[in-house]
Design a protein around this ligand. Structure first.
Ligand SMILES: Cc1ncc(COP(=O)(O)O)c(C=O)c1O
Length: 380
């Protein structure tokens, strides 16, 4: 029995050629020709006016926090069901994350609970479109306008996702993307900051270039560059951008395959799941998702443990996902306590992600489906 991994980064064919060209033609530092091409692709794909490649989504989130001048005494509303980087970006600036629980269906920030968490110190809502299924953006944007809050979309999962036909990552003033090798498109480690508020663009370029106006210098707009603001080095080498460009150019193929895999899981697992008391992903009608994650919600933690073990015995790697951030060591130090976000606490114990990646073959997927159904029947 050959092992089936949980994930393998897509390789679509031109990655090596482009990397070789980047090296041969140079320059290989950041903001070379391949980076410019990636910016163009991301802007066209999303409709966002400005993309800036970053070394990771983590760093794009840190840039967003710098751009908002978050600091001591500020509060930011975040879900506890997310990767640690979402929250670290806030904490690194000395601001306080305020955890608001998620909805049980989409596992996204519960928009009906946001207003109760807003105080005079709240500056922003930093949301995550889990699995690339949109948060309820109409409600959330209305709340943001009413309370004069900035919305930041951590769109690590959601490139190609949309809400009522509008691309995810274009609602908030700022949005971030991830090109880590677990994502649909990747360059190993990488990300992007998407700027939807034109007033933030020039400062974002400065923050990304060590607090200097080097980007303007490269454009020939100033004759020397200088230290203008706080900043760090957030731009990736053009070698990474070359790799990413190959993936962007092949996004149709990657997305088509991922959607075929996602839909097959959904259709073949639907009735066995119902019989076993297992819940499949919920995608509201007005949302289109990017087939980033296929998860199942087992009835209990024990049932999940048995499913994972049963798949492992067949050399299939399925994995759970986030642990509740408010109950982590750091989250507890910041006042997190049990029962604070009951939906997150419950879901984190029950969620299992099944293998889904570009190169997953039909026969390997059939093996996963059969193994899952067998495990569910044994548990019934
Ligand atoms: C919701 C979310 N935000 C941010 C990140 C961090 O992404 P990166 O690894 O590109 O820094 C991840 C990573 O998977 C994530 O799931």
């Amino acid at each position: 029995m050959t092992p089936i991994p949980f994930n393998r980064a897509a390789v679509t064919g031109r990655e090596t050629e482009y990397v070789t060209r980047a090296i041969a033609e140079g320059p290989i530092h950041g903001d070379g020709p391949f980076t410019a091409a990636c910016h163009g692709w991301l802007e066209r794909l999303t409709g966002s006016p400005k993309a800036l490649l970053t070394t990771s989504c983590t760093h794009a989130l840190e840039m967003a926090a710098l751009l908002l001048d978050l600091g001591d005494g500020d509060e930011v509303i975040v879900p506890p069901f997310t990767f640690v980087s979402t929250v670290n970006a806030v904490v690194l600036r000395g601001a306080k994350p305020v955890f608001v629980d998620i909805r049980p269906d989409t596992l996204n920030l519960d928009e009906s609970a946001i207003e109760a968490a807003i105080t005079p110190r709240t500056r922003a809502i930093l949301l995550v479109h889990y699995a690339g299924v949109a948060c309820e953006m109409d409600r959330i944007m209305a709340i943001a306008v009413r309370h004069r809050l900035t919305v930041i979309e951590d769109n690590a999962h959601g490139l190609f996702g949309a809400y009522k036909g509008k691309a995810l990552g274009t609602f908030g003033a700022l949005a971030t993307l991830s090109f880590h090798d677990t994502k649909n498109l990747s360059c190993g480690e990488g990300g992007a900051l998407m700027l939807n508020d034109a007033r933030l663009i020039e400062r974002a370029e400065i923050i990304r270039e060590k607090g200097t106006n080097r980007t303007r210098f490269y454009r020939g707009q100033v004759d020397k560059y200088t230290w203008c603001d706080v900043g760090s080095s957030y731009l990736p080498s053009d070698i990474l951008a070359a790799y990413l460009l190959a993936q962007l150019e092949s996004h149709d193929r990657i997305q088509q395959r991922r959607h075929a895999l996602w839909s097959r899981y959904f259709s073949e697992l639907r009735s066995p799941a119902a019989a076993a008391g297992v819940r499949l992903p919920v995608v509201p009608e007005h949302c289109s998702h990017p087939a980033h994650i296929f998860f199942v919600l087992m009835p209990t933690l024990e049932a999940r443990t048995r499913l994972l073990a049963s798949l492992r015995a067949q050399k299939i790697l399925a994995v759970f996902h986030y642990l509740p951030l408010h109950l982590s060591e750091m989250g507890r130090r910041m006042g997190g306590r049990e029962g604070q976000c009951p939906v997150t606490e419950n879901v984190c114990d029950r969620l299992v992600r099944l293998p889904i990646f570009y190169q997953l073959t039909d026969s390997d997927q059939a093996r996963v489906i059969e193994a899952v159904i067998t495990a569910w029947s044994a548990q019934a």
